[in-house]
Design a protein around this ligand. Structure first.
Ligand SMILES: [Ca+2]
Length: 251
């Protein structure tokens, strides 16, 4: 009888351990889900895009373009080829020489200082020529440096106080960022300088909150996501295939 009772106690103890370890692993799964979010805020009180801050982690940032305050002429549309809630497309008139129209801002919380390569996943949704309706303006107004690079040679936006400048459009510290080729659907590409394609880089020398600005240039240019990554840590393929979106914090 005594033996039976202690056996019962032991099995009760083992059963409680099992329950404890189960709930532990559930908690861990919750935490992992929170960490690897799908581009939406993990904190439910943080639901106004004007307050979003995208947190850099492991020298990498990935953001849904539509997770911003989109001026009315940047329309939110959906397709199977765009992630999250879809993509933003400029439906207003062209702004080929003048940046700043249809201004969109993203706040980036940079912990890992250094040089980041910029890429966006964008498409041509008007006409059937890959060299039209294929660009928007980009600026990092408070970054340490912002430049295009090709074979080790750097170019800087016009009116940035630095030279040389790109061929074709550039003004007030903005680069025209284009995709090229006659495949019109979404792809990862971001270049500047006409017929002399330079990759896009931004340098953050210190940790802090930085602003990224996009403004309208070509009608029908559609943007799904963008990434920033340090090339010392990722190849372009690794960066574009990385699925984890940046955690969204709030002001
Ligand atoms: Ca998207």
């Amino acid at each position: 009888m005594k033996l039976q009772k202690s056996l019962k106690n032991i099995s009760l103890f083992a059963f409680s351990l099992l329950i404890l370890s189960c709930s532990d692993s559930e908690n861990m799964q919750e935490e992992e889900k929170g960490d690897e979010n799908n581009g939406t805020p993990t904190n439910t009180t943080c639901n106004t895009p004007e307050n979003y801050i995208f947190a850099e982690k492991d020298a990498f940032i990935k953001v849904e373009f539509e997770n911003a305050v989109l001026p009315s002429e940047w329309q939110l549309k959906t397709t199977n080829n765009a992630s999250g809630k879809g993509y933003g497309v400029w439906t207003g008139s062209q702004s080929l020489g003048k940046p700043g129209n249809g201004l969109i801002e993203f706040k980036l919380d940079i912990k890992t200082s250094g040089i980041y390569r910029f890429l966006w996943n964008s498409a041509v949704t008007e006409g059937n020529n890959g060299s039209d309706h294929n660009d928007s303006w980009l600026k990092f107004p408070n970054a340490s440096d912002f430049y295009g690079e090709k074979n080790g040679n750097k170019i800087y936006p016009k009116d940035s106080g630095k030279t040389p400048n790109p061929k074709g459009a550039s003004a007030d510290g903005w680069f025209k960022i284009y995709r090229s080729g006659n495949d019109l659907d979404f792809k990862w590409q971001a270049l500047t300088s006409d017929n002399d394609s330079h990759k896009i880089y931004v340098e953050f020398k210190k940790s802090g909150i930085y602003t990224m600005q996009v403004s309208a240039r070509s009608t029908g240019h559609a943007i799904d996501q963008f990434i920033l990554f340090q090339e010392t840590k990722y190849t372009q393929k690794e960066a574009t295939e990385k699925a984890t979106f940046s955690e969204i914090k709030c002001n």
